[in-house]
Design a protein. Sequence first.
Length: 117
Amino acid sequence: MANIQVKRIYDPYEENDGYRILVDRLWPRGIKKESARIDKWLKDVAPSNALREEFHHEAEKWGGFLKAYRAELEASPALAELRADIARHNTVTLLYAARNTEQNNAVALAGIVQAQL
């Protein structure tokens, strides 16, 4: 079973990051594509713009966000692509740009995928 990690894209690259996947719909501000050190940008696995804007990283909306995001993922072929990437690598790091390190789409996505493995 793969080791799934979650990390801000602004944090320094480390050897133990393994296969690095950016899971945000928008490219992170201030990061140059040439120096991002990502292996894949899987923007279709990110929450829809409407869901992202509604959640807006407000703690009291986290439960509703998780439920709605899970429903979006179940209808998305990008989730199968992510699962295939995870199956091919020993370590996968899901990268995100949000300041909130505990309640963001990458944390939610890691939890959803790990529950399905």
